[in-house]
Design a protein around this ligand. Sequence first.
Ligand SMILES: [Cu+2]
Length: 360
Amino acid sequence: MTIFNARAMCAATLLCAAAAQPAIAHTDAVPVRADGHAPIGVMADHTHKTGEVMLSYRYGVMTMDGSRIGTDSVSPETIATTVPNRFAGRMGQPPTLRVVPLEMTMQMHMLGVMWAPSDRVTLMAMLPYVRKHMDHVTFMGGMGTTRLGVFTTVAEGVGDAKLSGLFPLWSVSGHRLHATAGVSVPTGSNTEEDDVLAPNGMRPTLRLPYPMQLGTGTYDLLPGVTYAGHQGHWSWGAQYSGELRLSDNDEGYTYGDKHHLTGWGAYLLAPQVSLSLRLAFEDEGRVDGIDPRVVAPVQTADPDFQGGTRLAALAGVNWHIQPSAHRLALELGETVYQDLNGPQLERDLMLRVGYQHTWK
Ligand SMILES: [Cu+2]
């Protein structure tokens, strides 16, 4: 056998071996590790190899309970007797806020797809379905602390779709870095309405305030950069991601820009299971402009009482179901610090579970 033939056979054998491998190769050339993906609450954390497709489903729930001004908790009675109503002076509007949110639950179902047309770019699309639920107390009339009653508003529907490209920038053994550039498309409604209980006892149907709408109404730029590394049983990573509004929406306002910074560490218990700890920092600006149809003596209707900074601590588990290409993951967290442009509801617990399936 000539050297040429030997090389040809060798190459053919390698190709066959490559073709016979299960299509679970992911992100980099190392064997698949459970912590090859970041904790499930981190989006756009990994890229794919040419031809790989990943489908994902995530469910998230976040609870909010009680209000803060800055870092201080504040009672509904204090809000209803001391915080000025920006609409005071208009017909029927009291001098202070008279409706106070008590708690809120946000649930999200999110479908995602990733596809890598080449090793140089992974395309990603995500579409959420959102349900927001807020309980309020209404104080009677224009002053005092007599509670008139409680009521709930609900908004439910498709949120804003996100389309992104992920671009690997740098990769050496155990380290990788990629950039993300995306756009958020305003597929979610920002004209949701529901019935409320007014301080005079009426039950009008009103446009819901800013935190209850399902979409931003704006095209938003989504920049990001992600680093991930691993050595032995340990792995770690960090990500910056932003949501930068590109214009005003049709209702006359813009949600504040958001900046997220997160860092995590994970320990590989076994090749298929990893445990993680993560810190997530978020800064969100106030609403700019105003929706002329959102007029009510409630903190959520004031564009200045939106945004702030928040830090959450989260613990998670990733399970890579081997030897298949399925993943299950869960992350549970609590907001440990928040400085809010309040009065505003404070965030408490958050849970995220996800399923991912990759093939080629
Ligand atoms: Cu993926």
